[in-house]
Design a protein. Structure first.
Length: 214
């Protein structure tokens, strides 16, 4: 984005009183949006759940594992299903998955709420784990390649998914899933950029994820 384009696209300049009046009007909408978001979150928590096989196989750092193992003894699990293009070099892997996963660092806060976060690669463990190590990511990492038809039943394999599970003893239930724009819950960069005058276009990047829809 050139300086000329940036300058021509900038908002009009007004006095402080006019600015504050319009900001106050916008704040009313922001607060309504927050309240609606809280209501949607409450409805999400009241969704019914579906039982899944806790013995569904995964491959982890120590070899064969199960979906139940991925809970690491906690009551809930959030699994990000990372798109993977088998046999392709690092620059050819999913840019969006890398973007979101890069922002997952400190897990102690969700651990304190009895929740585990893990990445489920849709490719082989050997290949995808090398990429994880190259990127310096520390979250638990599994390959779900051989169990995707079971874990993502009825959904499109080969695209990003965020799935939530609940464990009751040895029984496992799926409680929520989302994809596309819904995966932005992992992100803080876009949300911070959305506060700026040029939003997600601030650095001249295309707004691909926004255009893709939810």
């Amino acid at each position: 984005m050139s300086d000329d384009n940036v300058n021509s696209a900038a908002p009009e300049v007004v006095d402080r009183e006019t600015f504050q009046a319009q900001l106050d009007a916008l704040r009313i909408r922001e607060k309504a949006h927050t309240r609606e978001g809280d209501a949607i979150a409450a409805a999400r928590r009241r969704l019914p759940m579906v039982k899944v096989d806790g013995a569904t196989s995964l491959i982890g750092e120590n070899g064969p594992a199960t979906l139940l193992d991925a809970f690491e003894g906690r009551q809930m699990l959030i699994a990000y299903y990372y798109m993977w293009f088998e046999g392709q070099p690092a620059p050819e892997q999913c840019e969006g998955c890398t973007f979101f996963t890069t922002q997952v660092h400190e897990l102690s806060h969700i651990h304190s709420r009895d929740v585990t976060y893990a990445t489920f690669s849709q490719g082989s463990y050997e290949e995808s784990a090398r990429y994880r190590d190259f990127m310096g990511w520390k979250m638990p990492w599994y390959s779900a390649k051989d169990s995707l038809d079971t874990l993502l039943v009825g959904r499109r394999i080969g695209m990003m998914h965020l799935v939530c599970y609940l464990r009751r003893g040895s029984e496992v239930f799926e409680t929520y899933w989302t994809t596309r724009r819904g995966v932005e819950t992992m992100d803080n960069s876009y949300r911070l950029l959305d506060l700026t005058v040029y939003g997600r276009l601030a650095a001249g990047h295309s707004d691909d994820l926004r255009a893709a829809g939810h």
